[in-house]
Design a binder for this molecule. Structure first.
Ligand SMILES: [Zn+2]
Length: 364
């Protein structure tokens, strides 16, 4: 093990796979006892096999690790810059061992991730404040009539939204006397539907503004309102952000990728399982985030020009990574460019093609 400090001032423990204590393969991640703080009570070290990055969940430790064998190129780069100025004699101890990995092969070559970003303090505080309000935001979605009506007009049952961890942040919640600290941090999140996100860097949130939305107002009208100068941004995210998806441990071998958070809710409302669908919510470079067990992707991005472009680009990347790709764009029939819009207009019929393509992909 070697501790290096990145240029951003973050400590990273560079470890070998053989140094992990009683590692347990959990699918996408490996859990191990943390040899950095020396605990054997809980496997507090959780490492993403595809990226090599891991984190100790013990609050007093919180170590960041990089497993050399799982991201050789990056480990090499970090070690190289660490040793710059020293004699190269310091390096040989860290030549990766050549024995076979104990874990199954990745579905594709892990991509090079940048070292952990140093996230500005206000963004760390913002994310922390949102995490603390997570439960209250979900309650608020239940008790705020206007937020419920918004979901209902987009054709999303409340229980589908709640099951995926969606919440709502009412302005009133921030006006409480014990919210002095959070008020400034979360002002920009007030009056938003809030979706939980996940990524190899941790959890995050994305929020959709309901500013000046009134029952009966359609999406296009509301969008125009939010695009005027001086209006709040339609969507905002934390840092890190990520995908709107189920926990990646039990993602099946065939999955559907959609663009928006409401597209995912739409497919869930139509009866798909939470594990089957990942919403990219504007996050690119997904290949290195996909769990190794995923073999087939149904690309069901938007039908507009941007969606078609993204779909072609992504299909190309996924095929290069050795995945099977099936395209399932919404029909060019003037009934809406995304699944939610079509769902509102045509109901169940609108997603028949997704069902067909997905079941074909699953049985292939
Ligand atoms: Zn630890």
């Amino acid at each position: 093990m070697i501790t290096i400090t990145t240029r951003q001032g973050k400590d990273v423990e560079i470890v070998l796979e053989s140094e992990l204590c009683s590692p347990m393969d959990m699918g996408e991640r490996v859990r191990a006892y943390c040899h950095i703080h020396g605990s054997d009570h809980q496997r507090s070290l959780s490492i993403n096999k595809a990226t090599g990055w891991g984190h100790c969940f013990n609050a007093a430790c919180g170590a960041t690790v990089l497993v050399v064998e799982w991201n050789r190129a990056l480990a090499k780069r970090l070690l190289h810059s660490h040793y710059q100025g020293l004699t190269s004699a310091a390096l040989p101890g860290y030549a990766p061992p050549s024995q076979e990995s104990r874990y199954r092969q990745y579905a594709f070559q892990p991509m090079l991730l940048p070292p952990p970003r140093s996230i500005p303090q206000w963004q760390q505080d913002e994310l922390h404040a949102l995490c603390e309000l997570d439960g209250q935001m979900r309650c608020a979605l239940v008790y705020t009539r206007r937020a419920r009506m918004y979901l209902s007009e987009r054709g999303i049952p409340l229980k589908v939204a709640l099951a995926t961890g969606v919440g709502y942040l009412p302005s009133a919640l921030l006006n409480g006397p014990d919210m002095r600290k959070q008020r400034g941090l979360l002002r920009r999140w007030a009056d938003r539907i809030v979706f939980p996100l996940s990524s190899p860097e941790g959890r995050g949130y994305i929020g959709r503004s309901l500013w000046r939305w009134q029952p009966g107002m359609n999406e296009t009208t509301h969008k125009v309102l939010l695009e005027r100068s001086g209006s709040p941004r339609r969507w905002i995210k934390t840092c890190p952000a990520g995908w709107f998806s189920a926990a990646s441990e039990d993602v099946p071998r065939a999955i559907i990728l959609v663009e928006g958070a409401f597209d995912r809710l739409t497919l869930l409302a139509a009866g798909f399982q939470a594990n089957d669908i990942i919403a990219l919510v504007g996050t690119a470079a997904p290949v290195d985030w996909l769990p190794a067990q995923v073999k087939t992707i149904v690309l069901a991005l938007d039908g507009d020009e941007g969606g078609q472009e993204a779909s072609n680009r992504l299909a190309h990347q996924l095929v290069l990574a050795g995945l099977q790709v099936k395209l399932c764009p919404p029909g060019q029939d003037g009934c809406g460019k995304d699944w939610n819009e079509r769902w509102q207009r045509m109901g169940r019929k609108s997603i028949a093609s997704v069902f067909e393509t997905f079941y074909e992909a699953r049985s292939a």
